[in-house]
Design a protein around this ligand. Structure first.
Ligand code: SAM
Length: 276
């Protein structure tokens, strides 16, 4: 097999590329991640017949196809690690505690947004757990799921997974909701149909406009890639998008401390929710 050598990046090229990525997606790359950009972008440069990042940067800035190329760049640089029932305690908190409390006050419709859903394991997990709790027959529930990366959205819409997506998922759940063919686990239509996917960049203030006011936002393991300014911008958008009493769930290593003090922090033992 012939593999092409990695195209090396000069520090000033790294700085310009990192700036383009930051301005578009809020994702921060520090110089110690230069090798990662080199590894991920070499193939793309070869496809475009560019021999240097200087040409690629020019293309990203001035070419008529620059908007499409920015999307391809985002597909190449995002980290899409995820799996089913990840940090399940937050989903259980929403389903077993918060929704029943809202129901007791008369609410019957719920909108849930998985912002930065990667290949769909997060929103589909929520749909499965809602189904387990018998909530679909009783209430009107909508789940929206978005990500900046068009490739992971396509995987999510296909709903076909490999065993790596099922770390620690009980076999009973896998058997109930997936059909196994060879190495593929295909999500059954009854859950697949519960989630609406589309591409959205959280750094664009209109990211939430197609979703409208929402009751729950799951934005987990994304803000870690953003600097303080980008975090503030995204969280402000979440605040405006949530209903009063709406809940925001972040990844376990993420916090709103020094980012936004308008949310009330609710510690439920195995996790934290931020409430508007
Ligand atoms: C590590 S995954 C987390 C997936 C899932 N939320 C979870 O916790 O398992 C981070 C996701 O954030 C997405 N992402 C990064 N920057 C984004 C942005 N500006 N707008 C929307 N999605 C973004 C990436 O494409 C990636 O799929």
């Amino acid at each position: 097999m012939i593999t092409s050598a990695t195209i090396k990046m000069r520090d000033e090229e790294f700085a310009e590329l990192a700036d383009i990525i930051y301005k578009n997606a809020g994702i921060t790359f520090t110089i110690n991640k230069k090798y990662l950009l080199e590894n991920r972008l070499t193939k793309r440069l070869n496809e475009l017949n560019f021999t240097s990042y200087k040409d690629y940067i020019y293309f990203l800035k001035y070419d008529i196809k620059r908007r499409d190329e920015l999307k391809i760049l985002m597909n190449l640089v995002t980290i899409n690690e995820t799996y089913f029932l990840r940090e399940r305690a937050q989903m259980d908190h929403m389903i077993k505690k918060v929704i029943p409390e809202m129901v007791s006050k008369g609410k019957r419709s719920f909108k849930i947004w998985s912002a930065a859903c990667s290949s769909g394991e997060e929103p589909y997990s929520i749909a499965m757990l809602l189904n387990e709790e018998g909530m679909y027959g009783k209430y009107n529930i909508e789940i929206y799921a978005t990500d900046i990366n068009t490739e992971v959205i396509a995987i999510a819409e296909r709903g076909v997974y490999r065993s790596v997506s099922f770390r620690g998922v009980p076999p009973s759940i896998i058997d109930k909701y997936f059909t196994k063919t060879g190495l593929d686990f295909t999500l059954k239509p009854e859950i697949k149909s519960k989630v609406k996917f589309f591409q959205a960049n959280l750094m664009e203030s209109f990211a939430s406009s197609k979703i409208g006011v929402t009751d729950f936002i799951f934005c987990r393991n994304v803000l870690i890639y953003f600097d303080v300014e980008a975090k503030k911008k995204v969280v402000d958008m979440f605040y405006k998008t949530l209903n009063i009493g709406g809940h925001l769930y972040l990844g376990h290593s993420e916090t709103l401390s020094k980012i936004d003090d308008r949310f009330k922090m609710v510690n439920f033992g195995t996790g934290i929710a931020y409430v508007k």
